[in-house]
Ligand binder design. Structure first.
Ligand code: UDP
Length: 498
């Protein structure tokens, strides 16, 4: 009989901490949480990404790569609730919605995932160390509480935005703006810098009519969480991180820019929707022919869908700017035959100088290409941070949600952006009346790309923040060390038997 094995340090070592990550089913929320899962797994933790079948299919590339790299990163699929009032079958992601009336039913459906999530967690051999849930998934709070699992909320935007939002609620800003005219300016209370908003650009998600119950649930879930995880870094906004942490009264873990978890082309291409490999190599080959920092990259994130009127303004503006441009348009934006024809004519007129890509591009691969020297963006926080992390200054064209305050941060505080002049939000599928025209595109692109003292200073600052972003993610950097602390704090708590 073989002698019983002596326990060794390795066999006695506690299991790695297990993080269960529950993203909101929208690309701008899922992509950073997938990056976070990758970061955790690369540092020896176990990460389980919980989502529904349509979304899990989109994460297949991520799961395959993790398996090849022997990372403890898995995708857990929960069944999507059937028969939800007002939600057409098949819709499991915000980017599939084509009618504003489908958003609330989609969020109602997500709430019904509480039961399946609890069943999955109860079925595990050991209780996970921590749930990290998107703040919009407030329904996860009850599940965590009933199983005694610590919970952090992931807040997608900058700490600058989150602080504006929290202070506005705490100081009653919304009550003050309620009866104001559209132009009246208000100072966001309690901020360490001067921030002005109007009624329309004041902070706040989910606080419009019809969303009240969900908003209350999400705010309560943030209040009862054990802390927050934010995709930012200290050298970018340390004063806002400190104030946000103090106002929240709980730890704020700044671990970003998460996008820098993606080091090679394969990882960059696995983010979000499937990339067309042939199209992608043609785009890269085209960029390779261009001078360093000469191309303007134009993309409005995963949700904005421009109606023809504004799409034409963007196109004419890029044509009239005289600059090389790479413009990403979404398939539904160019579905109508007359729009397709118009676009083909524009491509013919700007051949060699401009490239229009239809569908999805791996944005990180674009922003990290040496030829891309400016980005016309809708100011989604991921897009802004990805641009900053790669030293690329921006033209800011906010559309809705946190985007107007993200603009204030990059233009007024960080000094890396030129505002195009959008003054009020638009509905998600209705930007027809936005008062931005081709001449605004020409002016802003010229200010960004033409050189001169202001443009040079903007570019210098963007490059400096880009270097700081990379340093934050390296060993010894603030985000790297924060991640070490986060993992260690949950390792010490240990995974109890479920
Ligand atoms: N994105 C991409 N390719 C595209 C469009 C978007 O890779 O063609 C990614 C982009 O890099 C970012 C995310 O989708 O990570 C969009 O998030 P953001 O917060 O900028 O905007 P949202 O889509 O939430 O409005």
């Amino acid at each position: 009989m073989a002698p019983a094995e002596e326990p060794t340090a390795a066999t006695l070592a506690p299991p790695p901490p297990h993080f269960v990550i529950v993203p909101l089913v929208a690309q701008g929320h899922t992509i950073p949480m997938v990056d976070l899962a990758r970061l955790l797994a690369e540092r020896g933790a176990r990460a389980s990404l919980v989502t529904t079948p349509v979304n899990s299919a989109r994460l297949r590339g991520v799961a395959d790569q993790a398996a090849r790299a022997k990372l403890a990163l898995e995708v857990v699929e929960l069944p999507f609730p059937a028969g939800v009032d007002g939600l057409p079958p098949g819709i499991e992601n915000v980017d599939q919605v084509t009618d504003n009336n489908h958003f609330i039913p989609l969020f109602n459906a997500l709430q019904r995932l509480a039961g399946p999530l609890e069943a999955y967690l109860r079925g595990l051999a050991a209780r996970p160390s921590c749930i990290v849930a998107d703040w919009c998934n407030g329904w996860t709070a009850g599940v965590a509480r009933s199983l005694g699992i610590p919970r952090l909320f992931f807040h997608g935007p900058s700490c600058f935005y989150s602080l504006c939002d929290l202070n506005s609620v705490d100081h009653g800003l919304h009550e003050q703006t309620a009866a104001a005219s559209d132009q009246e300016k208000f100072v966001v209370p309690g901020m360490p810098v001067h921030v002005e908003v109007t009624k329309a650009t004041a902070p706040g998600f989910l606080n419009s009519p019809g969303w009240e119950a969900l908003w209350v649930e999400c705010v309560e879930a943030m209040r009862t969480a054990d802390g927050a995880v934010v995709n930012t870094f200290l050298d970018l906004e340390d004063q806002f991180v400190a104030c946000y942490e103090a106002a929240l009264g709980k730890p704020v873990w700044t671990l970003g820019p998460f996008c820098l978890a993606n080091k090679d082309a394969e990882a960059m291409a696995s983010r979000g929707n499937k990339t067309d490999a042939v199209q992608q190599s043609a785009v890269t080959a085209w960029l390779d022919t261009k001078d360093t920092d000469s191309v303007v990259y134009v993309s409005f994130g995963s949700l904005v869908r421009k109606l023809p009127k504004l799409l034409f303004e963007v196109g004419h503006g890029l044509e009239d700017s005289g600059k090389p441009f790479l413009w990403v348009v979404k398939e539904p934006e160019v579905a109508a035959p007359e729009v397709r024809e118009w676009l083909e004519a524009l491509e013919a007129r700007t051949a060699g100088r401009g490239l229009v890509v239809r569908g999805w591009v791996p944005q990180l691969a674009m922003l990290s290409h040496r030829a891309v020297g400016g980005f016309v963006t809708h100011c989604g926080w991921n897009s802004l941070l990805e641009s900053i992390a790669h030293g690329v200054p921006v033209v800011t064209w906010p559309h809705f949600a946190d985007q107007f305050l993200n603009e204030r941060l990059v233009v007024d505080v960080l000094g890396v952006g030129v505002a195009i002049g959008a003054t009020a939000p638009v509905m998600i599928f209705d930007d027809e009346n936005m008062p931005v025209g081709r001449e605004d595109v020409v002016r802003a692109v010229a200010a960004l790309m033409d050189g001169g003292a202001e443009a040079d200073e903007r570019r210098r600052k963007a490059k400096e923040y880009g270097e700081k972003a990379h340093r934050a993610m390296e060993k010894g950097g603030s985000s790297y060390e924060n991640l070490t602390q986060l993992i260690e704090s949950f390792r010490q708590r240990g995974g109890k038997e479920g």
